[in-house]
Design a binder for this molecule. Structure first.
Ligand code: ADP
Ligand code: MG
Length: 629
């Protein structure tokens, strides 16, 4: 007799559960997705002991017919797909028919459901995949699924669960994300007796962001509005037009997070992790923010279902785009254009007396969350494997190393989340924050021969003269390169540079780019090059350092990034070497020239390496500090 056997459903479900159900948050994710697929507008989550003891998701969705209630627990039983062709156009969050049987195989599960089409509903009770009971029951339309004692029969999995607070943080993160994706629906999350999230339906994403993250965060964010780009696709000699749309919120370059935890990506309403979109986002901030920093971003990309394959992984958190590079460039350009148009300035942190809670149940709640010991942030480079692993709710009790922005360290977010209607009117974006006012700044003088102090319509400004000039030159170099008229200066004596074997390889590879950037160089013997001309403005003493720096950039970047990115990095290095330094006295006309030139740049807010250029002490803050308002 052969040795191969077909596994029983019970074993198969447990195996599937290994992929689908990693931790309590994965259960919440699957149940929430089912509720959303069922058209629910009110979603309520109850949790006990970080989800170990109890997870309950109740909805007012379509409910299930009595006959379907049992079927839902069969492997690959779904109401959302019927044909393999449907896989190409999945409009629901679920489609694999794996979640319910998987969850039921590793917990004690109770389903209570009624479809509006029937007068009585059904209850189904399953423990460890075994059916315990199945009854008719009265009750309101909708579905409630209660999952108790997760992993009670899989001790190995149970051991991997983290503290209750950590598991709860993952759940809270998920609930928050889904609430952002569906502003028109109400979401509630309770842990024991505490209400962690309670948002009522609102019309716009903006209002939902306000409910979830609060006023201050919203003021700091840039609304992407709604951007669309079309793509003509020719298939089987038929031309179709595909529309891609992007909306959401992003932070200005001055918000610099040390990890990706504040980046939320949704594709067709589905929360995902995606390298392509992540890269597009980083490219948008290239030369605006230091390389190892990340912004806050809440991005919703919508496109035809045919354009994106969601059937990549059982947890459905990865996608594959059919026209990846189109999507990448669309997202990068839309964000970059918006960043450039918004020109947000860095404020000077002003210490104000602690604000009284003004009758809001803030402080009490913040205290409650702060009392929970959350775990440290993961290593910035460790990309979590699953959405549920994004520790969005990491909290620190002491002042954080990051100066001002704590979007996702969500004590604040959650604190505001449960008092949605008491904030008063929606704030408008403080337009004075924009660097558009730079053009009529009046220089008053310098501090330490390094920073220009200037008076403006909207307050006092401090401008770092070196990085300001760096930005001006950077854009000038890029422009000249694009137009093919780079200014170069001949050196009196060629500079000879000895290259390592690695540098020789890079040199051979980018010699054309060096030439394009204004260098005139050629091999001189086997491992030496002679540089005869350099970009204008770069002093002879800097040429050697600059060439080595560029070779290093090429070594680090060329295999991975586009030629465009390499050129930008080279331009940034050239600008840095040619820019006026700090500790240099400037006369009034020089300062004026610098400010006018800066105002004319595309991105006066940060230098090409991502450092801020200008700080503003707004009139409002000045008045506040003198207790005049
Ligand atoms: P999938 O979502 O991939 O179809 P699931 O195992 O998550 O698979 O669910 C199986 C089926 O149970 C769904 O297709 C749906 O018909 C039904 N179902 C699950 N949850 C709900 C709910 N909250 N409301 C209505 N129907 C539900
Ligand atoms: Mg499902």
């Amino acid at each position: 007799m052969g040795k191969i056997r077909v596994l029983s459903d019970t074993v198969a479900n447990k195996i599937a559960a290994g992929e689908v159900v990693e931790r309590p948050a994965s259960v919440v994710k699957e149940l929430l997705e089912n509720s959303l697929d069922a058209g629910a507008t009110e979603l309520r989550i109850d949790i006990e002991s970080g989800g170990r003891h109890l997870i309950r998701v109740s909805d007012n969705g379509s409910g299930m017919l009595r006959d379907d209630a049992l079927l839902a627990f069969e492997r690959h039983a779904t109401s959302k797909l019927s044909d393999v062709r449907d896989l190409l156009s999945i409009a629901t969050l679920g489609f694999r028919g794996e979640a319910l049987p998987s969850i039921a195989s590793v917990s004690r599960l109770l389903l209570e459901t009624r479809s509006a089409e029937e007068t009585t509903g059904a209850t189904v009770e399953i423990a460890g995949g075994k059916l315990l009971s199945c009854d008719e029951r009265p009750g309101p339309p909708g579905t409630t699924i209660t999952v108790r004692d997760l992993f009670y029969n899989v001790p190995a999995r149970k051991k991997f669960l983290r503290s209750d607070q950590t598991e709860l943080a993952h759940i809270a993160s998920l609930a928050t994300h889904y609430s952002l994706a569906h502003p028109g629906k109400s979401f509630q999350l309770r842990h024991g007796a505490s209400e962690l999230l309670d948002v009522t339906p609102v019309e716009t994403l903006r209002e939902r962001v306000y409910q979830v993250f609060g006023n201050q965060t919203l003021e700091e964010l840039i609304d992407l509005d709604y951007v669309e780009r079309e793509l003509d696709v020719v298939e089987a000699e038929e031309r179709t037009r595909r529309v891609f749309a992007l909306r959401g919120f992003i932070s200005g370059p001055h918000v610099q997070k040390l990890n990706r935890n504040s980046i939320f990506l949704f594709v067709n309403g589905r929360l995902i992790r995606d390298r392509l979109l992540m890269h597009a986002l980083s490219s948008a901030y290239h030369n605006l923010m230091p390389p190892a920093c990340y912004p806050f971003a809440l991005l919703f990309l919508d496109c035809d279902c045919e354009e994106v394959d969601v059937n990549v992984h059982p947890s459905k958190t990865e996608v594959r785009f059919r026209h990846g590079s189109f999507v990448h460039d669309f997202v990068r350009d839309s964000i970059r254009d918006r960043l450039i148009a918004a020109r947000p300035a860095s404020g000077i942190p002003v210490s104000t007396a602690p604000q009284p809670a003004a009758g809001l149940p803030f402080s009490d709640f913040t205290q409650r969350i702060e009392n929970q010991q959350f775990e440290p942030m993961p290593d910035p480079d460790a990309v979590p494997e699953r959405i549920e692993d994004l520790p969005v709710f990491t909290l620190r009790n002491t002042a954080s190393a990051e100066p001002r922005f704590d979007f996702s360290e969500t004590a604040n977010a959650l604190a505001t989340a449960h008092i949605p209607d008491t904030h008063g009117p929606l704030p408008t974006v403080d337009t004075l924050q924009s660097l558009a006012v730079l053009s009529d700044l009046r220089p008053l003088g310098q501090i330490h021969d390094s920073f220009i102090v200037a008076a403006g319509r909207d307050g006092l400004w401090i401008i770092d003269q070196h990085v300001a000039h760096e930005r001006i030159l950077f854009e000038q170099v890029l422009r000249q390169q694009a137009e093919g008229r780079v200014e170069r200066q001949h050196l009196l004596m060629p500079i000879l540079l000895d290259l390592t074997p690695g540098q020789q390889i890079e040199y051979a590879r980018i010699a054309g780019e060096l030439e394009r950037a204004g260098f005139d160089s050629e091999p001189f013997g086997t491992r030496t090059i002679a540089v005869k001309a350099a970009p204008a403005g770069v002093g002879p003493g800097d040429v050697e350092k600059l060439v080595f720096e560029i070779l290093e950039i090429a070594e680090g970047e060329l295999p991975k990034v586009s030629v465009g990115d390499l050129r930008r990095s080279m331009a940034a290095s050239i600008a840095c070497r040619a820019a006026i330094k700090i500790n240099m006295r400037l006369d009034h006309s020089k300062m004026e020239w610098l400010l006018t030139q800066l105002a004319a740049t595309q991105c006066p807010m940060s230098c090409p390496h991502g450092r801020p250029i200008a700080l503003r002490y707004s009139t409002r803050d000045i008045l506040k500090s003198f207790h005049r308002i």
